[in-house]
Design a protein around this ligand. Structure first.
Ligand SMILES: NC(=O)C1=CN([C@@H]2O[C@H](COP(=O)(O)OP(=O)(O)OC[C@H]3O[C@@H](n4cnc5c(N)ncnc54)[C@H](O)[C@@H]3O)[C@@H](O)[C@H]2O)C=CC1
Ligand SMILES: O=C(O)C(=O)COP(=O)(O)O
Length: 630
């Protein structure tokens, strides 16, 4: 049943993402030597027409004169425009088709290209009000129908007056001429559509600013496709997440804010209040206090490997799913470790610094090949194991220690205690995770166990090593060198100073936590993490989540999906199913997984159900979060 409200929708920059005459210019002026100048002139005239500094009629005359387009070029334009329909119109095609009888396109553009585009969405040509080109015998566009009110200022209001619509009338558009319909008393509401263009002069006049069609349908209870408009989902990305990630989340229709540095707890406590998706890297601590303020937060994306900076348990208790990129920068860290082992054993860093001072110090003293040396890897996870493979290929003998049982790759040898590893290897490289228990795992005692003249690398987490003990070992000559990429205290951004007791020590490589900072790694991460978050939000999939039970779900077809997150206590599933039975709701599919703390139940049901049933499900004791996917 179509909804009785009548929608008057603008075409250029509303139904489509672009101004059609700009695109027509790109086509008709393709081989014109003054193409760029003319295209710019068309844009300028369009803007002047919008601002009202040139009358709309004059702007049309001038543009058509520059365009010199033909009928066959209109056919090309239509093909282009079909690719440029606004994303939220595309998403809500079903709504537009079902309600086509009550949808009117009123535009200062041209019927010649509008009808074929909106026709694909079920909108009948009788409901399209727009200008018409005039062609000569050779099919060149030479003029437009000057009798048409839409070729003049305030033509939209005049057109609506003539068609004499009755009932509730809503106007959707991005331009001042759309607002004029409401201003003339011919519509009940004006929605300023900002998905493609945001004009303050227009949004100021709006009854409602609509970043998407989803938003308009949502506020009018007309949403059939999305239970919640994506444009209402606020994303906050901190710490210079790669632009690809920003673009992906923007393209999904979310409202994305980007901040280049990390945030302090205090700053984040304030900022998080309106945020639904938070993206961070290693520097932002998502603490219990932050999470207490995070009542809209659905998911956290760690755009890195480590998640020790996030209070994962509190996230679980609040039904916030956490995702990371477990392999995207692994290789980058390993390559850096290999390079540093060679640099340390040849004393390259001090030698090059000395050369820059004008010194020539050619000597083999304290310089060694890495071939045949014993490399001890602490933490044989993804990074440790990959380092093992590459190091062995370069001729190192690999030994490792891990707190859990791990498959030895290649010829690597498992060692049964950390002490044994520390005391027998020439190089120790740390690749443990950042759990709290790992604080000072490499303490003074462990460092004292190391072979005289050995080397220490830490590319894992700063709190794992006792820094004053390393300083003493370097100064006493027990350690021949060390490489540190991570520190107990790291600056929040590139402007804050770096302070450490390791500054100025000999054969000591210090890097600003850049193990994973390669363009390849950052791009991989920026594709991976948003992908996981969007999948979770759109389908409920938690596969790869760090803190949620992992479920890989089938596509939702012809059903609605109930997502129920609850404390893992007995009987919740039974209660869910009891409610569904009481309301005679047919279950199409059901999936449950739990971990020690929470249960995650997905129930796909037939589309016909009452809101009371949803209400009852929401109020089952122990419910943490409940949402519905259409
Ligand atoms: N410097 C940088 O830019 C980067 C640093 N990292 C850090 O590297 C570390 C390792 O990353 P992945 O290998 O991907 O993690 P992973 O989780 O795959 O491996 C960690 C391994 O350490 C073991 N482990 C934990 N505590 C241990 C201990 N006390 N003694 C011995 N073994 C212990 C675990 O059992 C596990 O096998 C993490 O701390 C991560 O945050 C990761 C990427 C970039
Ligand atoms: O991936 C990790 O765990 C890292 O330590 C890299 O951190 P970053 O993203 O460079 O702040």
């Amino acid at each position: 049943m179509p909804h009785p409200t009548k929608f008057i929708i603008d075409f250029d920059s509303t139904f489509t993402q672009v101004e059609a005459l700009d695109i027509l210019g790109e086509i008709s002026l393709l081989n014109d030597p003054d193409r760029e100048i003319k295209l710019k002139a068309i844009k300028d005239i369009t803007d002047k027409g919008m601002e009202g500094t040139v009358t709309f009629r004059d702007s049309l005359i001038q543009r058509i004169d520059i365009l010199k387009a033909t009928k066959s070029q209109i056919a090309d334009l239509i093909l282009e425009l079909k690719q440029k329909v606004s994303k939220s119109f595309e998403r809500n095609k079903e709504f537009l088709q079902d309600n086509a009888a009550n949808i009117y396109i009123v535009s200062n553009g041209f019927r010649d290209f509008i009808i074929p585009i909106v026709g694909d969405y079920g909108i009948h040509e009788d409901n399209v009000f727009a200008n018409e080109f005039v062609y000569d015998e050779a099919d060149n566009i030479v003029d437009f129908n000057r009798e048409n009110p839409l070729s003049q200022n305030n033509g939209k209001a005049e057109t609506i007056r003539k068609i004499n619509l009755e009932g509730e009338i809503y106007v959707i558009g991005d331009g001042y001429t759309d607002y004029e319909i409401k201003k003339s008393g011919l519509a009940n509401k004006f929605y300023a559509f900002t998905e493609n263009v945001n004009r303050p002069k227009v949004t100021r006049e709006a009854d409602h600013i609509a970043p998407s069609l989803d938003e308009i349908l949502y506020v009018n209870n007309l949403n059939t496709k999305f239970s919640y408009p994506k444009s209402r989902i606020k994303v906050l990305l901190l710490e210079n997440v790669h632009q690809i990630g920003v673009d992906l989340l923007n393209a999904e229709g979310y409202e994305v804010e980007v901040v280049s540095s990390a945030m302090s707890e205090e700053e984040l406590c304030e900022k998080i209040k309106t945020v639904s998706i938070l993206g961070i890297r290693s520097k932002t601590n998502v603490t219990k206090k932050v999470l207490e303020n995070a009542n809209r937060l659905i998911a956290v994306g760690a755009f890195c490997i480590g998640t020790n900076q996030i209070d994962l348990e509190t996230c679980q208790e609040k039904g916030i799913a956490v995702f990371n990129a477990p392999f995207s920068n692994t290789r980058s860290v390993v390559e850096m470790a290999i390079a540093e082992i060679i640099f340390l054993m040849r004393n390259f860093v001090d030698k090059t610094a000395s050369m820059h001072q004008g010194n020539w110090d050619k000597s083999a003293t304290g310089s060694f090949e890495i071939r045949g040396k014993k490399l001890g890897i602490v933490g044989y996870g993804n990074i440790g194991a990959q380092l093992s493979v590459l190091a062995e290929n370069m001729g190192l003998n690999v030994f490792y220690y891990d707190v859990i049982e791990k498959l030895a790759l290649g010829n690597a040898t498992k060692v049964n205690s950390l002490d044994e590893l520390m005391s027998t290897c020439d190089i120790i490289s740390l690749h443990v995770d950042g759990r709290k228990d790992n604080e000072n795992v490499i303490n003074r005692k462990k460092i004292e166990l190391m072979k005289p003249g050995s080397y220490l690398l830490n590319l894992s987490r700063g709190h794992v090593v006792d820094i004053p003990a390393v300083r003493d070992a370097i100064l006493s000559g027990r350690l021949a060198g060390c490489a540190f990429d991570v520190f107990p205290e790291e600056p929040k951004n590139n402007k804050e100073p770096f302070v450490s007791e390791l500054i100025g020590l000999p054969n000591t490589i210090l890097t600003p936590h850049i193990g994973g900072s390669t363009l390849e790694a950052q791009e991989n991460i920026a594709r991976f993490v948003p992908g996981k978050i969007m999948e979770y939000i759109n389908t409920g999939n938690t596969y790869n989540s760090v803190n949620f039970p992992n479920i890989q779900l089938p596509f939702l077809q012809n059903a609605h999906r109930l997502i129920h997150i609850h404390m893992n206590e007995p009987g919740v599933l039974a209660k869910i199913n009891q409610i569904l039975a009481n309301f005679e709701i047919n279950i199409v599919g059901q999936y449950l997984k739990t971990n020690e703390k929470i249960g995650y139940v997905i129930t796909d049901i037939d589309k016909a159900y009452s809101n009371e049933a949803l209400d009852a499900l929401k109020h089952i004791p122990g419910t943490i979060r409940f949402r519905v996917l259409y």
